[in-house]
Ligand binder design. Structure first.
Ligand code: GAL
Length: 834
């Protein structure tokens, strides 16, 4: 095998980059995101390698062109899709592969392109991929011109909308990688690491390695697997000789025994690193890294979810993939910030609703300790929006499901596979317009013989499809259960009837949940989606104890002139519940493994209960800008070990107005409220009511709550009536960034009065200017109806707050952000970049 001394030069018009010089490892995975040319619109000629693209925009990936656009009710995405533009876009990248590399193999990996991508190399079509959330790759090697200019061209078509029930983004919105290997290498997604035995004193780590031989001759290599703990100490090792035929794959299986393993759990997500080396004698021809964790778990029909022997409630949230004002363009720090905010709330689970997520999200969940339900589809054959994935399902579902499981099955944070969300095939009455068994066998590739068909005749096509999907998953990963988010709770549901779901999953239907053990004897259960409670941060509708079901009916247009939902946990969609109701239900029923609340963060699109001009969701516990709504503290008081004392709403009302004051708290026996020093009574939470409430008359001044435990004061919170807006206050989440071109500082902007009180109704327009080595990546304020652009240097405050996101430019230095607003004292902040 050739000694590796590798050079890869990639240039792109104005930028010439050397990715690597002398390379010590035998595999390279290079981020290919820099310096692409982009054109918003169709340009069929761009396939041609000689096409002149110097007039196109120069940018770095990941990129989402929709987030740069303007909201319009005429955009075909509709309010459900965020009312942002779609269309067709082209990306091109020019590069020169070194002649010295001509024995190497090059594969390009796209983590996700929304949607309908076509990838060309030097004018040759490498492939098309409709599903916008799937990771896919192509072998570049046969078409590369060594030592010459090569051109990658990618056409992205998101013109036929709506094709998603939420904001999808447009473009190459996830990372792109170039993977360079020798002709003999670990296959794509070539390692499968599982832990068949886990106890306190020992774990067996099973490693299954696929070796791909792309030469024409038979070869022998030694597969050397070494497991390293978090301190970098090798804790187990195995070597296996492996014979691989020419142009073939072979699989080596090894068992590594680990004494006294550190087990992964949500509080201590301990990770190991497996290094797999392919050795040709003394020479390493591939080195492949897999992050893994050691944990045991089961879903139990009585005890719920059990992690490492301990019953553990899944206190999870559903998340869509957008990153607020950054759109769908993947940024690790932006995802990490979302997860940090959720973790601090006590959240320990993420449902990737309803599609394969960015791999970076899963890496972070591994590292930060989240129990992930990884989901493949929002629909199967029956569409939910006019142009959605249903039209590709028959041709692509096997491939997409296969690639989804193969990519993700090593993540220790994944505990559940979901084969679909509320697919319309579930409904017991959904058979009328489906295929006959014979047709389904042909179209969906059930692979049944006549005998089997006769036998399976007792099962509906939809149940057979469920079984087929579940079998596909199980063939690739038998270690995790398969479920689906269902909204027909009856046993007659075709997905349940298939018997192929290991775990019964309900979205909503709290009233049916007590009957689950009776209806599904012996089956574990999880609330795959809960609540759909609605709130606008900072807006309160009284009386707070009046529940609002908005919309009144899901199929009827709904209008309320405020375009705002109350933050008292008294407003929810009719198919859902208040946050408190489901918290109690999960707490009181051991058999319930937990819940994934709809949703952790607000997301762009689906502005239920409203239509235009609302364009982003109201469901989040945290708003689109990342500012917690009040119910955040309800969860924190119930789910976390943090001491919580949260009093709301603000204290700026009309004199004499009756105001409901609520308090979420924990670690105290009682709370007492004072208005301008006068006690309004002592209250305590009860098992039935997870908040304290006082109905008081407003008078300007102060409202204060005191928490006591065993008669001793353990906490105090005061809110003062705010005067007129006078000053701006800036709080960066981090004032030191890494000079990597990606790292972000999220800066909270608050409008304060003379005394420093937050002005709870302020909506001043704030202008931003950055000097130095950073730029403004986005602005937001969490308002679901703002028509202001996300990519701008100004934003109105919304209930006193807005957000500006600063991104470093990839060089060491400093950045100064100055925030100004008419009539207010300005503010500035310095960010260091190293
Ligand atoms: C569910 C659905 C989610 C979201 C939610 C809004 O039925 O699964 O994707 O649409 O409703 O309430």
């Amino acid at each position: 095998m050739k000694k590796l001394l590798l050079f890869l030069h990639v240039f792109c018009c104005s930028c010439f980059m050397v990715f690597s010089t002398t390379v010590s490892t035998c595999r390279e995975r290079i981020n290919l995101g820099d310096c692409w040319r982009f054109h918003n619109g169709d340009e069929p000629e761009a396939v041609d390698a000689n096409f002149e693209d110097t007039g196109w925009q120069l940018l770095d990936l990941p990129h989402d062109w929709a987030i740069e656009g303007n909201f319009s009710k005429d955009n075909s995405s509709g309010t459900g899709g965020g009312a942002l533009p779609g269309g067709i876009g082209w990306y091109r990248k020019t590069f020169v592969p070194e002649k010295a590399d001509s024995d190497m193999k090059f594969r390009i990996v796209f983590d996700g392109v929304y949607m309908n991508s076509e990838v060309y190399l030097n004018g040759i079509l490498l492939g098309r991929r409709p599903y916008g959330y799937i990771t896919f790759s192509y072998d570049l090697t046969p078409h590369l011109k060594w030592g010459e200019k090569n051109v990658l061209a990618v056409r992205v078509d998101n013109s036929e909308q709506p094709n998603s029930r939420w904001y999808s983004g447009c473009g190459i919105y996830r990372n792109v990688w170039l993977v360079k290997t020798e002709a003999v290498h670990v296959g794509e997604w070539g390692n499968y690491v599982t832990t068949p035995v886990v106890n306190k004193s020992e774990a067996i780590v099973r490693v299954q390695t696929t070796v791909s031989n792309e030469t024409d001759v038979d070869i022998k290599v030694t597969v050397c697997s070494s497991l390293f703990d978090a301190e970098g100490k090798c804790v187990a090792k195995a070597d296996t000789l492996c014979q691989v035929g020419g142009q073939a794959d072979a699989v080596a299986v090894q068992q590594l025994s680990v004494a006294d393993p550190h087990r992964w759990d949500v509080e201590s997500p301990y990770l190991y690193t497996l290094i797999t080396e392919l050795m040709d004698g003394e020479h390493c021809i591939d080195r492949y890294e897999t992050i893994t964790g050691i944990r045991s778990f089961k879903f139990d029909a009585q005890k719920g979810f059990v992690l490492n022997g301990k019953p553990t409630k899944i206190n999870g949230v559903c998340m869509h993939h957008d990153l607020g004002c950054l759109g769908a363009a993947v940024n690790i720090r932006a995802i990490e910030r979302q997860l940090e905010i959720l973790k601090e709330m006590g959240c320990n689970g993420i449902r990737c609703s309803h599609n394969p997520p960015a791999p970076e999200l899963l890496d972070l969940c591994d590292r930060m300790g989240f129990i992930v339900m990884d989901e493949a589809f929002d629909m199967w054959r029956k569409k939910k929006s006019v142009h959605d994935y249903a039209r590709y399902f028959d041709d692509w579902y096997e491939r997409d499901l296969h690639d989804f499981i193969m990519r993700d099955r090593n993540h220790p944070s994944i505990f559940l596979w979901s084969i679909g969300n509320e697919v319309l095939e579930q409904w017991s009455h959904a058979d009328a317009d489906t295929l006959s068994l014979e047709e389904a066998n042909l179209i969906l590739n059930f692979g049944h013989s006549d005998d089997m068909l006769a036998k399976d005749g007792e099962m509906s096509v939809n149940s057979l499809l469920t079984k087929k999907l579940s079998d596909l998953v199980k063939a690739l990963d038998p270690t995790r259960p398969v479920t689906a988010g269902c909204n027909e709770p009856a046993p007659g549901n075709h997905l349940f009837k298939s018997g192929a779901l290991d775990i019964i999953g309900y979205n909503y239907h709290n009233a049916n949940i007590p009957d689950v053990p009776k209806n599904f004897p012996g089956k574990p259960f999880i609330i795959t989606e809960s609540n759909s409670a609605l709130a606008t941060r900072g807006y309160y509708r009284m009386p707070s104890d009046k529940e609002l079901l908005w919309p009144e009916r899901w199929d009827k247009p709904f209008y309320d002139s405020s375009f705002s939902c109350s933050s008292y946990d008294n407003c929810h969609a009719p198919w859902g519940n208040t946050h408190e109701e489901t918290l109690k239900l999960v707490r009181d029923n051991d058999f319930v493994s937990g819940q994934y609340v709809w949703t952790g963060f607000d997301y762009i699109g689906e502005p239920t209960p409203f239509g235009w001009p609302a364009r982003s969701s109201y469901f989040g516990i945290v708003d689109l800008a990342g500012f917690p709504k009040d119910t955040y503290y309800l969860y924190q008081s119930e789910w976390s070990e943090e001491q919580v004392l949260h009093l709301f709403p603000h204290w700026n009302w009309k004199p004499g107005q009756v105001v409901d004051m609520w308090c979420y708290y924990n670690k105290a026996d009682e709370v007492e409220l004072f208005v301008n020093g006068k006690s309004q009574g002592v209250k305590s939470k009860t098992p039935d009511c997870l908040h304290a409430m006082w109905r008081v008359e407003y008078e300007p001044g102060s409202v204060k709550v005191i928490a006591r435990k065993n008669g001793k004061v353990v906490g105090e919170k005061e809110i003062r009536t705010a005067g007129e807006p006078v000053q701006i206050h800036l709080t960066p989440d981090r004032s030191q960034l890494t000079a990597d071109g990606k790292d972000l500082s999220f800066i909270t902007v608050e409008i304060l009065d003379e005394e420093g009180n937050l002005c709870p109704n302020a909506d001043n327009l704030v202008n931003f200017e950055v000097e130095g080595d950073a730029f403004i990546a986005g602005v937001d304020n969490g308002s679901p109806i703002s028509m202001e652009r996300f990519k701008d240097n100004k934003r109105r405050a919304f209930y006193g707050k807005c957000l500006v996101v600063i991104q470093n430019q990839g060089k060491q230095g400093t950045a100064h952000l100055v925030a100004t607003s008419n009539g207010l004292q300005s503010a500035n902040v310095k960010i260091t970049i190293d």
